[in-house]
Design a protein. Structure first.
Length: 50
């Protein structure tokens, strides 16, 4: 999609920077969610570490 925007607007940097920022934000959200899930599973079902 960034290449489509580049071909329509002539701007090269902005579309790729936008894609990079979106990717970075999504990666942060996913890694936070996985880390939270790992902590919850490490506690065990009843809240006591096994």
């Amino acid at each position: 999609q960034a290449q489509v925007v580049r071909s329509q607007t002539g701007s090269t940097l902005m579309p790729f920077v936008s894609v990079l920022v979106i990717y970075f934000v999504l990666a942060l959200i996913i890694s936070w969610g996985v880390r939270s899930l790992e902590r919850r599973m490490a506690r065990g079902v009843d809240g006591v570490r096994v």
